[in-house]
Design a protein around this ligand. Sequence first.
Ligand SMILES: *Cc1c(COP(=O)(O)O)cnc(C)c1O
Length: 458
Amino acid sequence: MKYMTAEPYKIKVVEHIGKTTKPERQEYLKEADYNVFKLKSDVVYIDCLTDSGTSAMSANQWSAMMLGDESYAGCSSFYKLEQSVQEVFNMPFLQPTHQGRAADYFVSQIYGKKGKYTFSNMHFITYLGHANVHGTIPIDIPVDEAFDSNAMACAFKGNIDIDRFKQLINEKGADNITAVIISLTCNNNGGQPMSMENLKAVHALTESNGIPIVLDCARIAENAYFIKQREPGYEDKTIKQITQELCSYCETAIMSAKKDALVNIGGLFITRNRDVFAEANQLALAFEGYITYGGLAGRDLEAIAVGLLEGCDEAYLEHRNAQVNYLGNRLKEKGVPIVEPIGGHGVYVNSVEFFPHIPADKNPSQRLVTALYEEAGVRAVAMIMSTTDHSVRSEKSLELDCMRIAIPRRAYTTNHLDVIANALGDIYQDRDTYGGMKRVDDDWNSALSLFTSKFELL
Ligand SMILES: *Cc1c(COP(=O)(O)O)cnc(C)c1O
């Protein structure tokens, strides 16, 4: 296999991507109020806005879609999906949902309680919104390294701080903790994995205190791959053995299928608790659809059934991981400051270190994102890497203004990644010539602020 280091797929269908000139892109940016969410995708050359729902599907997925059974109840596509879910999660009860956030909503309703707590390595935003409405208090308890954007030696920055967890169980009382919700990988600090050892330790504590674990499995296959690479004792296990073991510690698992299940739409709510399943069915009937289709077409269920298994294929995961590392390492060679270790689904550039002369309130990340689009037609996204509850450990809160370059699965080749690395390298060379940006709308408090904000060049 010495020479077999290229993409583990060949290309049967291609999608044209248009080229634009720099003056054109400057015009598009101006029209979009310097907010890349408002750019039309056909003026984007390489789109790294997100890894969510942007995967290329396989020939097997597309052909399975033709077998989609669109029966209202009991469709055969559901049973195929159930079979795949058994293989990856080894859990009995499946309620499909239209996206991951619908499953998040179910979790917030079933496991949340007004005035009580949920704990997490880092709660994801689509759960947080529901928790806030519901009145559940979310507390993040990641390990100290999770707060450090340069903890290069930390193999598992998605881990939970066990001592802190023990302390909080004593402080708040186990009865007041309704669930531990764990993101695999931990999205909020850059797609960082959790180790099996850490999950076992969390489980030992939750079991003796009667607290259920919910796993947010959007990127469980990427997490399993990291465990296989980095955790002693897992070198010879298959990815599915690892995902099954991860799930053996939880009561309920949810998943945005738009990530590791390699599809463009879909979500899963999976549980081993019959009562929880009944509640999920109720919620699905009200908000999603009948139990066996849950807001999706039969053909979507088929695509997930195949994609879930392909997402656990080791050759695919090895290449995916290598792609993300390749981009990160090329950027490092060029001196570009990135968050380390490199995570599972993208490369995060530390914009504050990239543009040290641009003050935080002059939006260095937004400037970097617009510069990258202007230079090469590449769309990334500005984001604040942060924890949710600063009152808990304000002395160690993470608040890092960065640019995420998310890598869509199976969509781009190494040549595309070189375009990104070369363009960012050039911007870095000329970094002194860039000024900050001023936010000019006053829509600060809106939940849609990310999508509606307007900027001007300073
Ligand atoms: C994407 C994501 C979700 C939400 O899923 P959608 O399919 O976008 O609704 C929830 N949790 C995590 C960790 C995610 O990455």
